[in-house]
Design a protein around this ligand. Structure first.
Ligand SMILES: Cc1cc2nc3c(=O)[nH]c(=O)nc-3n(C[C@H](O)[C@H](O)[C@H](O)COP(=O)(O)OP(=O)(O)OC[C@H]3O[C@@H](n4cnc5c(N)ncnc54)[C@H](O)[C@@H]3O)c2cc1C
Length: 306
């Protein structure tokens, strides 16, 4: 621990501690991503409040230190190599409240918690997203969607931090498109929280729709294994990647412990001891097969952290 501590810069470490951040040195990312794989990172920072989060980011910006934000780590594939950057977690920036007919959630709130909060308050609009893993910040970042629903449908405005100032942007300014947003294009912009517009409805009705959504997820997705969800983006609205991969007989195809799921061919699962390199190799293989069969170039939906 002392060796690592010395490598990180004592002044910065003491500053972060004083400002209310918990610090993990030489931390394996496998402990923080749903894929359960990936190498160690030099420093993993867990701010205990929104204020500590802002202070931490501001100090990294001022010092020119490379950092990345992690929500729940359900869309990240970290490589096996040691990482010299710092990872900052939003996991303790977890608040959701309602006022004036809107729901406000901070970035680290689990999306599931937001859905349950809406249901308990008789507010409809998130039923199809129930069971979407990850945080509110992660969902906005990639405009997560499922069953014809997209995060952008319900977001009114977003509070953003750019390392210097906090400001609010509108839904339109967030440049939402299929599985992307302004935040994916401009990594200097950090999502602090967002206001959602939902509609009053009967709690029992909302609950039954949510139950139906979760039933579909369990039926179709390999939730019993670690993964990062669908690996590839749909290249066009009428091209279903999972179906195409299945048509090539690739369900169950493995490289090491990384496997094309037998339940849903759009998922790659970790059967136990997969390395990121196994997943990379498997992804390349699938891409090449799809290109050969359908002349389609697949793009990854999951974020690769080298
Ligand atoms: C079993 C399973 C099923 C899934 N099903 C779906 C699905 O149906 N639909 C779908 O769209 N996705 C799905 N996913 C993918 C994933 O759950 C979503 O993309 C989710 O929204 C990611 O949120 P996260 O908090 O885990 O983000 P992370 O994985 O932690 O981060 C993803 C990216 O967002 C950035 N980010 C996170 N928070 C912030 C912030 N506050 N400010 C700026 N950048 C930020 C990170 O830096 C990173 O680049 C699934 C994943 C799994 C494991």
């Amino acid at each position: 621990m002392h060796d690592v501590y010395n490598r990180v810069d004592k002044k910065l470490v003491e500053f972060l501690w004083d400002e209310g951040c918990d610090l993990l040195f030489d931390e394996p990312l496998s402990a923080h991503v749903s894929f359960r794989l990936g190498g160690k990172v030099r420093l993993f920072v867990i701010p205990n409040s929104l204020n500590s989060f802002i202070v931490a980011i501001s100090s990294f910006k001022n010092e020119g230190i490379e950092y990345r934000i992690i929500g729940k780590g359900t869309n990240i594939l970290p490589s096996d190599e040691y990482k010299d950057f710092i990872v900052v977690s939003t996991e303790r920036i977890d608040e959701v409240k309602t006022s004036d007919g809107y729901v406000y959630s901070t970035a680290g709130t689990p999306f599931k918690k937001l859905c349950l909060f809406a249901m308990e308050n008789g507010l409809s609009g998130l039923e199809k997203a129930y069971g979407l893993p990850g945080s509110v910040g992660g969902a906005i970042y990639m405009n997560a969607g499922c069953y014809g629903w997209e995060t952008s449908e319900r977001v009114v405005e977003i509070d953003v931090y750019d390392g210097k100032n906090i400001f609010t942007i509108s839904n339109l300014e967030a440049e939402f498109e299929y599985r992307t947003s302004l935040f994916k294009k401009n990594k200097d912009l950090i999502i602090l929280g967002a206001k959602f517009k939902l509609c009053p409805d009967n709690i029992e009705h909302i609950k039954s729709l949510m139950t139906e959504t979760i039933r579909k997820r369990y039926e179709k997705q390999p939730l019993e294994y670690p993964s990062a969800g669908s690996v590839f983006k749909r290249p066009r609205p009428d091209f279903y990647v999972g179906t195409a991969i299945e048509s090539l007989g690739l369900k169950g195809y493995s490289v090491g412990d990384a496997q094309v799921s037998e339940k849903h061919a759009g998922f790659i699962i970790n059967k136990g001891n997969a390395k990121a390199n196994d997943v990379f190799e498997l992804m390349d293989f699938v891409k090449a097969k799809i290109k050969q069969a359908y002349q389609v170039d697949l793009e990854t939906e999951i974020e690769i952290w080298q």
